[in-house]
Design a protein around this ligand. Structure first.
Ligand code: NAP
Length: 441
């Protein structure tokens, strides 16, 4: 049997203090652990004198209750006076105070999972939220800094009507999405906020957060595949990639529609890199058409790159650590699979394009690279999905052997711009988003 910590409490409902004191002693004799002093039943109640007598002569710990009419009690006066009396009881040493749930509540959830409760406090009428002066000065786990609350989440602008967007992931704390999207929302004057959602089970999350005010979500590891199944409708390309990174709640019927902006972001970045200028206007025909496009990796980003390049008319080769996954993806896109070992001597064609979609070379393992510098000589264009650091060892060596290089940062910015446009129906504020990324990555 577990430990029984339940206390037995006797309610004292009397019209005068003397009678209440008598009842208190009877309660003690009956074996009670504490008494409830119902101040609202006392006639001609004199707060200081009566509380003084009741509390100083008490034979048992006391819970002090001053129940208003609106909660089923007898007190009919104003709430300020009532709460002042309860405060006085606390100062006089009452063991417990009964405060009705309708009196302002401060409800905050701890740790990373509770970030949304701290940020969305003003939307749901929360009485206060905590912000620390600096990171490391938290008095409870999960508190954000004042700077984050004010400058990243624009908490002063959040109100009842604010639309909520956010990134669903696990982990999610590292995401730069909130910085990027909140700056973009502010720059176009949208009443919206973008928050981090630490989520274990995507389906349950979407079921609970089904209000129209939760208007759109970005999806990251490990939920991109599950998102395909959880959406009511999925864009055909996202469906063939098997990954959704953007979910939009359609205004007309509330249905969840899934998209993949990773592939558009990566492919347009590579195309523009090949054309020689980002944002080039001459976009007639893709420079990828007919080219041999080698993808290292067969995960979410690898699939996006392979399907995206295939859609532009490239011939696809997949090289992956797990050869079976390389074969599976190659057969899906109608391409060829090779092992990572084979990649070193793979040069069937001139002017090949290489796209790394593994995490090799990502911070902190910045000295790693998926292919030797010697083998890079066979490629005219090299893209790296990794964007921390901004310039990976792969890109440095590719540039040294004369290849055109395209950074994963460009993909990151573009996939976020695509999400903004799907969320809002507005043109993404490119300059604002680029500057936000450059300042923060
Ligand atoms: P994922 O689905 O988990 O796939 C990871 C891939 O990397 C798999 O093919 C895996 O091979 C391979 N891999 C992992 N560690 C490896 C190692 N040590 N040696 C060889 N291969 C290894 O992940 P993802 O979502 O595709 O993301 C992959 C990378 O792309 C990450 O670095 C991510 O940050 C980046 N990314 C960037 C952007 C952007 O906007 N720039 C967007 C999405 C992703 P196996 O199949 O053998 O496990």
């Amino acid at each position: 049997m577990g430990e029984n910590t339940t206390l037995l409490c006797v309610p004292l409902i009397s019209h005068n203090v003397e009678d209440m004191l008598v009842q208190m002693n009877r309660a003690k004799a009956s074996g009670a652990d504490l008494v409830e002093i119902r101040l609202d039943h006392l006639e001609a109640f004199r707060p200081s004198e009566d509380l003084q007598r009741l509390l100083s002569d008490r034979p048992l710990p006391a819970l002090v209750t001053y129940r208003p009419k609106w909660e089923g009690g007898e007190y009919e006066g104003d709430d300020h006076t009532r709460l002042d009396v309860l405060r006085l009881a606390m100062e006089m040493g009452a063991d417990y105070i009964d405060v009705e749930l309708q009196v302002p509540i401060i409800g905050l959830v701890m740790r990373e999972r509770g970030w949304i409760s701290r940020i969305l406090c003003p939307k749901f009428g929360g009485y206060l939220t905590f912000g620390t002066l600096e990171a490391g000065k938290e008095s409870a786990p999960g508190q954000l800094t004042m700077k984050e609350l004010l400058n990243v989440y624009n908490i002063r602008q959040i109100g009842r009507d604010t639309k909520v967007y956010g990134i669903i992931g696990n982990p999610v704390g590292h995401s730069k999405g909130p910085i990027l999207h909140n700056e973009a929302f502010t720059s176009v004057g949208l009443n919206a906020v973008y928050v981090p959602f630490l989520v274990d089970n995507l389906r349950e999350f979407l079921h609970v957060y089904s209000s129209p005010d939760f208007s759109g979500f970005s999806c990251t590891i490990p939920h991109k595949e599950a998102a395909v199944e959880c959406c009511d409708e999925v864009d055909p390309v996202a469906k063939s990639i098997g990954a959704v990174n953007t979910i939009v709640r359609r205004k007309s019927d509330g249905k969840l529609v899934g998209y993949n902006t990773d592939y558009q972001g990566a492919i347009s970045a590579i195309e523009d890199g090949m054309r020689g200028s980002y944002g080039a206007t001459d976009k007639i025909g893709s420079p990828l058409a007919g080219k041999l496009f080698v993808v290292i990796g067969a995960g979410g980003a690898g699939k996006a790159l392979a399907f995206g390049a295939k859609g532009k008319g490239a011939r696809i080769v997949i090289a992956n650590r797990s050869y079976d996954r390389a074969k599976a993806l190659a057969s899906l896109v109608g391409g060829e699979a090779i092992s990572l070992g084979d990649l070193e001597s793979f040069h069937p064609d001139e002017g090949m394009i290489l796209a790394n979609s593994t995490s090799i070379g990502m911070h902190p393992n910045i000295d790693e690279t998926p292919i030797s510098k010697q083998a890079l000589k066979s490629y005219s264009v090299v893209f790296d999905a990794v964007y921390t650091p901004k310039v990976t060892r792969l890109l440095t060596e590719a540039e040294e052997v004369g290849a055109t290089v395209v950074s994963g940062l460009e993909m990151f910015i573009r996939q976020a711009m695509g999400q903004f446009e799907l969320f809002t129906g507005l043109r993404a504020p490119e300059k604002v988003m680029r500057e936000a990324v450059m300042r923060n990555i």
